[in-house]
Design a protein around this ligand. Sequence first.
Ligand code: UD1
Length: 421
Amino acid sequence: MEKLVIEGGAKLKGDVYISGAKNAALPIMAATLLTDEECVINNFPMMRDTVTMAKLLESLGKKIKYGKNKITVTSNGKPSHVASYELVSTMRGSFCVLGPLLAKLKKATVSLPGGCVIGVRPVDLHIKGIKALGAKVEIENGYVIATANKLKATHMYLGGVFGSSVLATANIMMAAVFADGETIIEPAACEPEVTDLANFLNKMGAKIKGQGSPRVSITGVKKLKGVTYSIIPDRIEAGTYILAAAITKGTITLHNANLEHLMVLVDKLKEVGVNLESKNNKIKVSPAKEIKPVSITTYPYPGFPTDLQAQFMALMALAEGVSIITDKVYPDRFIHIAELDRMGANIRREGSIAIIEGVKELRGAAVMASDLRASAALIVAGLAARGKTEVHRIYHLERGYVDFDGKLRSLGAKISRVQEK
Ligand code: UD1
């Protein structure tokens, strides 16, 4: 196993290229199950999660050819409707094969994804949605077994305790593409990754309207065709580099990035004192004189993304005053607090709220990554800490960032990979 060793204090400087969005790539890959024709996916982020999804597709009857930042998906002539525990349990995103398998093969047996360190992550909305379309659903031995000879279009309410669900919206959108008539999902998730999936499906020949709004309509079609498509830039990866620049008081330019997907971060960072400017898919980050404390609450898009909560907390750890961070999407997503505190931060948790008293400096320490975005937050903190930070269990990081340490090194960070003893 490897660890990352960071010598803190270097201001980030220079240019960084943002990869395709992981959370758009996963459902788009699943959507290729809806056709037997060839699909080419460009701006493809090569990382552990997308490779896991590729393996899952192979087990479901696809052939994958890897190219430079792209994959080509074709059929191997042996479709299967069984998504195994071995593959689904390692990555929750793979649960979104349920909708396309059901639509294409009229049956789907998909392992339940299981727990996750960021809190309980149920799939009740996914199941509610496919039942509303007329599927028969049973849960047996940890698998969801869904069957439907014919799915029927319907108008459904798909909100949960925490609002809309990204992957449930994706699953139901894909399940409904061949259903007779018009399906309406309310409230649909408005995340750009859901819009990207709808655009991909429309290019394949689907009739989806309203994507990006809380009311999405899907009019069933008979067949979908193979297409070539380019995935949107990863707004969470972009946000992570922006926050890394902000904490080191660096000046960097992001390429292949879309600031329109990060309006809440622009707004909040303006209050912090950091300036973001965008032109032609580039984002320039200019530093704050002093980091002002700013409180945030995470919400579904266009609210502050829960996937940037931990990284923003790392920045607030060094703010000149007190800030409050509330997570309304995953109220238990706070494991990083203890690790940030080991680095000298002063953060305490009360339920789904973190109270952060800014400190003058963070100090390097050995810390443990617990999930994907928490890992990124610890690295962001390490970049600004005095002395050496060692981040262990970085396999979490590799699930969802393309060459994170390499890109940081190209921005001047002193970060290296070391084999654990
Ligand atoms: C997606 C993202 C993840 C991000 C999350 C929230 C992918 C692959 N992952 O996850 O990175 O953190 O959106 O922006 O796109 N919920 C239910 N019942 C369900 C489904 C969800 O109660 O059936 C709850 C969840 O526990 C959570 C909230 O709804 O509290 C939002 O979750 P959801 O949008 O479904 O997250 P994912 O789609 O799994």
